[in-house]
Design a protein around this ligand. Structure first.
Ligand SMILES: Nc1ncnc2c1ncn2[C@@H]1O[C@H](COP(=O)(O)OP(=O)(O)OP(=O)(O)O)[C@@H](O)[C@H]1O
Ligand SMILES: [Mg+2]
Length: 366
C-alpha cells in the first residue's frame, strides 16, 4: 500500500479519505488539533511549522502533500533534502503562499492578471489609486482566506495597519462579469487533465455556489481558461490539483485572481458530478499514477456551501426532501460563518438543478 501523508487536517484532507480507501492507498494526516475534520484518517497532531515534527510524520510516508499552503519553505526544503517526495514541491508552492510572489510569477509567465503593484508606503498607495480611478483592492500577501486580508480601498491611509507589517499587494478593482475557476491536475511526469470550467459565486468574499460547467461560456473564454491553467501548471511545475481562480471581464477577457495548489472549494462538485473527483485525482497525481477522466456525469451540477454547522436533524430533513441531492458534512464543530459542509445536485436542466441544490442547502439555514 502506498502511504500518502497529508499536512493539514481540514475538510480537504477529510475528503481525500474515501478515494484513498477505494484505491488501496493508506492516508495519514498531520492535523493541527485533536478534533480535526480529517480525524477519521490515521491522524497525528502536531505543528506543521516545526521541522522535526514534520520530518517524523513524513518518515513513514511515500509522498507528502497538503490540505493547505502554509507549511514554511524551510520545512518543505528540509523534507526534499531528506529525499522525500513533496508534491507540489517548494518552488511551486511558494507561488501559492504569497500573493505578491504569485503576481510576480504569473506576470513572468505572461499570464493575464489585473494591474497590480507592490506597495510599501501610503504614498505608493496614493499613486496607485490615482493611476487606477481612485479605487483599488489591497491584499495582505500571506494568511488571507475567505476574503480575510482583502479590502476595497479608496483612501491612501486605508491600509496603514497592514503596511505597518510590511508590503501589501494593490490591484485594480476588476469590474468582472463573473468569477470562474479552472481546475487541472498535473503529474510529476507532466501529464495534465482539466475539469470543465466552472462559475463561482462569492458572497462577502466567500465562495457560496459553484455552477459546473460555467453556463453559457464562449469557446474563447473556455479556451483561454484552459490555456492559462496549463501554462501555470507547467510553468510553475505544479503537481497535484491546481485551482486557478479567474475573473471574466465585461469585454470577454480572462484574468487570473489567485492560485491554490491543492483540491479547492470550486472543485467539490467533482465528488458527485465528475468521473474522477478532484480528491481522487490529487492522490493519483501526487503518486504519479495515471490520471482519470474529468467529464461531468450529468449535463449540469450545482454545489452550494453550508456555513455554521449541520445538525443530524437538518441532514435527515435535507435528505428526505431532496433525495437526489448529495449532502457532505465536514465533521467540524459549529461556528458562525465556518465552512461546515456542502450540497451538490445534478441533472439535465440548470434551473431545476440549482433549485434542488438551494432547496437542500436551505435546510441548513440556522
Ligand atoms: N482585483 C479584484 N477586483 C475585484 N474583486 C476582487 C479582486 N480581488 C479579489 N476580489 C474579490 O474578493 C474575493 C476574494 O479575493 P481573493 O480570492 O484574493 O481572497 P482570498 O481570501 O484569498 O480568497 P479564498 O477564499 O479563495 O482563499 C474574490 O473572489 C473576488 O470576489
Ligand atoms: Mg480566492
Amino acid at each position: 500500500m502506498p502511504v500518502v501523508g497529508v499536512i493539514g487536517g481540514g475538510q480537504l484532507a477529510r475528503m481525500m479519505v474515501p478515494p484513498a480507501v477505494a484505491l488501496g492507498i493508506e492516508i495519514r494526516v498531520l492535523a493541527e488539533q485533536e478534533e480535526s475534520s480529517a480525524r477519521l484518517a490515521a491522524t497525528q497532531v502536531g505543528d506543521y511549522r516545526d521541522v522535526d515534527t514534520v520530518r517524523a510524520f513524513a518518515a513513514g510516508c511515500d509522498v507528502i502533500t497538503f490540505d493547505h499552503e502554509h507549511v514554511p519553505q524551510d520545512v518543505l526544503r528540509a523534507l526534499v533534502a531528506d529525499g522525500m517526495s513533496v508534491q507540489p514541491g517548494p518552488d511551486a508552492l511558494a507561488a501559492a503562499q504569497d500573493k505578491l510572489h504569485m503576481r510576480e510569477r504569473l506576470t513572468a509567465l505572461g499570464v493575464p492578471v489585473p494591474t497590480w503593484a507592490r506597495i510599501t508606503t501610503r504614498d505608493e498607495l496614493a499613486q496607485f489609486l490615482a493611476d487606477n480611478g481612485g479605487r483599488a483592492v489591497v491584499k495582505t500577501p500571506r494568511g488571507g482566506y475567505d476574503g480575510k486580508g482583502v479590502r476595497v480601498v479608496d483612501r491612501a491611509d486605508a491600509a496603514d495597519d497592514w503596511l505597518a507589517d510590511g508590503a501589501v499587494l494593490a490591484e485594480q478593482l476588476v469590474d468582472f462579469r463573473r468569477e470562474l475557476a479552472q481546475l487541472v491536475a498535473r503529474r510529476p511526469s507532466g501529464d495534465l487533465r482539466a475539469w470543465p470550467l466552472v462559475e463561482t459565486v462569492q458572497k462577502g468574499g466567500v465562495c457560496a455556489e459553484v455552477l459546473a460547467p460555467a453556463p453559457r461560456s464562449s469557446d474563447a473564454v473556455e479556451r483561454s481558461a484552459a490555456e492559462i491553467a496549463a501554462t501555470v501548471a507547467h510553468g510553475l511545475g505544479v503537481t497535484g490539483v491546481l485551482a486557478v481562480e479567474l475573473f471574466e471581464t465585461m469585454d470577454g477577457r480572462v484574468l487570473v485572481n489567485e492560485l491554490a495548489m491543492r483540491p479547492h472549494n470550486s472543485g467539490h462538485f467533482s465528488i458527485d458530478a465528475a468521473v474522477t473527483s478532484q480528491f481522487e485525482q490529487h492522490l493519483r497525481a501526487v503518486l504519479d499514477w495515471p490520471l482519470g477522466d474529468t467529464e461531468l456525469v450529468a449535463p449540469h451540477a450545482v454545489m452550494i456551501n453550508v456555513f455554521g454547522g449541520l445538525t443530524d436533524d437538518q441532514i435527515a430533513q435535507a435528505l428526505g426532501h431532496q433525495p437526489a441531492a448529495k449532502v457532505h458534512a465536514y465533521g467540524k464543530s459549529p461556528r458562525p460563518g465556518r465552512k461546515a459542509g456542502h450540497v451538490t445536485a445534478m441533472g439535465d436542466d440548470l434551473d431545476d438543478v440549482a433549485y434542488r441544490a438551494r432547496a437542500a442547502a436551505a435546510h441548513f439555514d440556522a
